[in-house]
Design a protein around this ligand. Structure first.
Ligand code: NDP
Length: 480
């Protein structure tokens, strides 16, 4: 059995209190590794290591910092196969997805911020008439916390760590205990790349135990968190009491709004991905599909046919469209929403059942599920399911589509399918979402601000926004 260890002060270490968690492969239901359930003692060790490393790392020439981060990116690319296999086994996602999205993106995160830090400049303001010049310094914060979820494990873990390190901070990072494996393997790469010890510390364990100890640590300067809204609110309260900086990327219940004038085939292909990629476990998934009534019946027929043709298989199968759901508990949560449809909140048009894969009968597989709803107030339309379940409903006017789209507590992303310019402008202005895609979905440019409104969070990641979050601003005014 593989034993995952904490990575503290450049060394792999067992947890101080010797508490361990079972790590399950969702594709088979088998326990295949153990990871530490770290406590405040481990967080303190990580903090001491990070605090010791901070003076030198924060003063390291940015070209040298960039070189080390680029080396990590190179090593991730060289290790693509190994990392993709590990991610797929730990999370249940199809191996092809891990190979083409998760691991390449993790490498891109390091490469992007290695380059971005060399372009990060500060501003100066000449106060004409007052013989004064102002310039702005942006200094690293110190020791910061990065906490990430299980759905895109290494992808989201590195999306936080890379800008934090690039900006000169030292990091204590906690991956989800549900998917600890690739974060563990990242430690080896950091050693090989020559990242100085203590600069990045990776501590494993449960959210309410390890995560809680991390966010409670008095000397952590900032918390960058991606996860559920309830956890985000809890973190914001604690951070508020200590005036720590927080960036919260939380849940979504994103509308996918389809007008009759769209490029139909492209929309249908993309809607298959935005509905079911990664078993629907992406915060950006378009889980609420709204279709203009003139094409509603045609869309329904085509979408159901395409959904029924998706291949649900063991994640190692190169043909799998959907692999396994991340955990037994999460599968039960998704099934409980499907039960709401059976109890009258909606009509199940296809899917809705567990799937037994031959040889892996204890794995957590679910059919992709389409539910037709007629009320926007139901839980199926309001709450994040975070699985391969979408709702569909027709709309008749632009005003109605907008009203439905904005009718949830969330505001992460939205997609609009139309070729009408006026309508495009109206929707991009009026949709309550941090990210609006027109005639596409999840097209990402790492320079752009990423994050949500309302219950989807506060703060923005990506590009210079991330570097600003991980630095403290100081203005200097000199009169001459
Ligand atoms: P959780 O909020 O349960 O967990 C996220 C992370 O926080 C995990 O590492 C978890 O640890 C940790 N955590 C849990 N409780 C605490 C605590 N008290 N103190 C500190 N850390 C804690 O979310 P899930 O892992 O279930 O992730 C799914 C959620 O993430 C969905 O709601 C999804 O929408 C959201 N998400 C948002 C994205 C965005 O960018 N907006 C992107 C991807 C996902 P552990 O798992 O070990 O318990």
């Amino acid at each position: 059995m593989i034993k995952i260890l904490n990575f503290i002060d450049g060394q792999f270490q067992e947890p101080v209190e010797n508490q361990w968690l079972d790590n399950v492969s969702p594709a088979s239901g088998e326990i295949y590794s153990q990871s530490p359930n770290s406590t405040a003692s481990d967080i303190e060790l990580a903090y001491q290591a990070a605090a010791k490393a901070f003076p030198a790392w924060s003063q390291t020439d940015i070209n040298q910092r960039a070189r080390v981060l680029s080396k990590i990116a190179n090593l991730l690319e060289e290790g693509l196969e190994k990392f993709a296999r590990a991610e797929s086994k730990d999370n249940g996602k199809p191996i092809n997805l891990a190979k083409t999205v998760d691991i390449p993106r993790a490498a891109s995160n390091f490469r992007f911020f290695a380059q971005a830090i060399t372009q990060f400049s500060s501003e100066s303001h000449e106060s004409v008439g007052q013989n004064a010049i102002n310039y702005t310094l942006r200094k690293p914060l110190g020791v910061v916390a990065c906490i990430s979820p299980w759905n895109l494990p290494l992808y989201l873990f590195t999306w936080k760590i890379a800008p934090a390190l690039a900006a000169g901070n030292c990091v204590i990072a906690k991956p989800s205990e549900v998917t600890p494996m690739t974060a563990f393997l990242l430690g080896e790469i950091c050693q090989e790349a020559g990242l100085p010890k203590g600069v990045l510390n990776i501590v494993h364990g449960e959210g309410p135990v390890t995560g809680q100890a991390l966010i409670e640590h008095a000397d952590i300067k900032a918390i960058s968190f991606t996860g559920g809204t309830a956890t985000g609110v809890h973190i914001a309260k604690l951070a508020g009491a200590h005036l720590k900086k927080v960036s919260l990327e939380l849940g979504g219940k994103n509308p996918n709004i389809i007008f009759a004038d769209c490029d139909y085939e492209k929309m249908l292909d993309t809607t298959m991905r935005s509905s079911f990629a990664n078993q629907g476990q992406i915060c950006l998934c378009g889980s609420r599909i709204l279709v203009e009534e003139s094409i509603y019946e045609k869309f329904k027929t085509d979408f159901i046919a395409r959904t029924k043709s998706l291949v649900i298989a063991h994640p190692d199968n190169e043909d799998a469209d959907l692999g396994a759901i991340v955990s037994h508990a999460h599968m039960q949560k998704i099934l409980s929403y499907i039960d709401l449809a059976k109890q009258g909140q909606g009509k199940i048009l296809c899917g809705g059942k567990q799937v037994a894969i031959e040889g892996y009968e204890n794995g957590y597989y679910l059919e992709p599920t389409v539910i037709e709803i007629d009320s926007i107030d139901c839980q199926l339309n309001q709450e994040e399911i975070f699985g391969p379940v979408v709702t569909i409903m027709p709309f008749s006017t632009e005003a109605e589509a907008l009203q439905i789209a904005n009718s949830t507590a969330y505001g992460l992303s939205a997609s609009v399918w139309t070729n009408d310019l006026k309508r495009t402008m109206k929707f991009t202005q009026e949709l309550q979402a941090g990210i609006v895609w027109v005639n596409t979905w999840m097209l990402r440019d790492l320079r752009t601000p990423f994050g949500g409104l309302k219950a989807s969070g506060i703060g923005r990641e990506g590009g210079l926004e991330a570097l600003r979050f991980f630095t403290e601003t100081k203005n200097v005014c000199i009169q001459y």
